[in-house]
Design a protein around this ligand. Structure first.
Ligand SMILES: [Zn+2]
Length: 479
């Protein structure tokens, strides 16, 4: 087995502890870290740390702005994403995974969004191949839903806000038949049987209570308890979802999900923007994990997650990009900074400490992807390594750097990522992805997209009218 070496000026050996040691050389192979030599003389500004984990994403290789899905309230934004034409799912996934890898992300929870449930297995194969070619670890979340295809309520209650011909056009375009609970469970098994591996885990993905009947959620809860397979779902992302949940489950949506049996240490909930303190406590008591998706919540006008309540309740949180990073670049290092500063408090308040954000981004995010115990660089542990070059970040410092962690939290971005190693395999070297020709993937993707630009432009007026109808529907229905 070939042994490789990485040298660094500083080592962040545990994302749980956050402390940094000087000069290190790490030897590793595919089976794991073989040796760590300390007190190695450096001279540069290289920081070695565990890779980051993106706890909630949708693998949007074509970013939504590219095809006219402009930032908007999530209720209006989601249908705009349906206008993405049928392009090669391998290219879409590969482009997204390349960007993430260049941002230092080694583990991803990919909530797949399928245009057509009938093609789900084929798309899973393409996503699996893309993850393997790029070299990251992936949790593939199989989308499951069996009601409310257009929003939070029966389809016709939304269509009635459109004129008859627009309603017909939406029906024809988007109202596909709903697969039965058993058919959907069988698809999860089929994908798992065909593609699951230590690098590709399959999870149940009830999209959210708004779109899932109780029998579907109950079936998933029972199957997850029996098999140990993780579950990933959206929860209380927007204020319209909060209003819908309060109307639909007067006893409380989180309590309802608990009664169904869905709350367990195997569950990750995404967003949680509108969680109440007692709901955070219930989730924490069941060992649930919440993925905080800060940029996405800002861009889609969902709000700011109640991180103080989440932390006070002892609810573990992870960091998710939701394919909507602040600068549309999948930069999870910047996302960590945004999250920390947004929740740092004012004046002399003590807000979320940077160490907690680091643990969330490395350890809890990996747990959401089904990888327990990630976030350490240790002999015998997996060879998952991220090397950052902080040379240009230290250039203006007058004094010798005494606190690398502060500098990392203040300045590190994807631009500093030099090398990413996952399971001993070099995924990124000198800031470039090795396993895939990223430029070729992106250019082919753009070409495929451009071929549909005429049809997309034609559909845009109907989409805008539909979005206006949704605004009327939700504004009238919001509590
Ligand atoms: Zn999402």
């Amino acid at each position: 087995m070939n042994t490789a070496t990485l040298r660094a000026d500083w080592l962040l050996a545990s994302a749980r502890a956050g402390s940094i040691e000087p000069g290190v050389e790490v030897r590793y192979d595919a089976s794991g870290v073989r040796a760590i030599e300390r007190d190695v003389q450096g001279g540069g500004a290289m920081l070695l740390m565990p890779p980051l984990a993106n706890a909630h994403d949708h693998g949007r290789g074509i970013r939504s702005l590219a095809y006219g899905a402009l930032d908007a309230p999530v209720e209006a934004w989601v249908p705009a994403t349906y206008t993405l034409p049928p392009v090669d799912p391998y290219l879409v996934a590969a482009a997204a995974f390349c960007r993430m890898a260049r941002s230092g992300i080694g583990h991803v929870v990919h909530c797949h969004l399928s245009r057509d449930p009938r093609t789900l297995v084929r798309e899973a194969e393409a996503v699996c191949r893309a993850a393997r070619d790029v070299g990251i670890r992936l949790a593939f979340v199989v989308p499951m839903r069996d009601r409310h295809r257009l929003g939070y309520g029966p389809d016709e209650s939304i269509l009635q806000w459109l004129d008859a011909s627009d309603a017909d056009a939406i029906r024809t375009r988007w109202l596909r038949p709903i697969a039965s609970v058993e058919e959907q469970m069988a698809v999860v098994e089929e994908i798992a049987e065909a593609y699951e591996s230590p690098r590709f885990q399959v999870q149940y993905g009830p999209v959210g209570a708004e779109w899932c009947s109780d029998p579907l959620l109950e079936r998933i809860a029972t199957a997850s308890a029996a098999s140990g397979r993780r579950v990933h779902t959206h929860l209380l992302e927007s204020r319209y979802q909060r209003a819908w949940a309060d109307r639909t489950y007067p006893q409380g949506i989180v309590r309802h999900l608990d009664q169904i049996g869905l709350l367990s240490p195997r569950l990750t909930v995404a967003h949680g923007t509108w969680l109440h303190p007692d709901e955070c406590e219930l989730l924490a008591s069941r060992g649930v994990l919440v993925s905080i998706n800060t940029s996405s919540n800002l861009r889609l006008r969902s709000g700011i997650a109640p991180l103080r309540h989440i932390r006070e309740a002892g609810l573990k949180f992870a960091v998710g990009l939701d394919a909507l990073a602040l600068d549309d670049d999948d930069d999870l290092l910047r996302e960590m900074r945004l999250l920390r500063l947004l929740h740092a408090g004012t004046g002399f308040d003590a807000g979320v400490p940077s160490d907690a954000v680091l643990e969330a981004a490395c350890c809890h995010g990996a747990a959401a992807a089904g990888i327990d115990g990630a976030g350490d660089i240790a002999i015998g542990g997996p060879a998952d390594l991220l090397l950052l070059d902080l040379k240009r970040e230290v250039a203006d410092l007058c004094e010798p750097l005494s606190d690398v962690a502060t500098l990392f939290h203040a300045r590190a971005t994807a631009a500093n990522v030099r090398t990413l190693v996952v399971a001993g395999q070099t995924v990124v070297q000198d800031g470039a992805v090795l396993g895939v020709d990223e430029a070729a993937v992106v250019s082919e993707l753009h070409e495929q997209l451009r071929a549909h630009s005429g049809a997309m432009a034609q559909f845009l007026p109907l989409l805008r009218r539909y979005q206006e109808a949704l605004a009327r529907f939700y504004e009238r229905r919001a509590d």
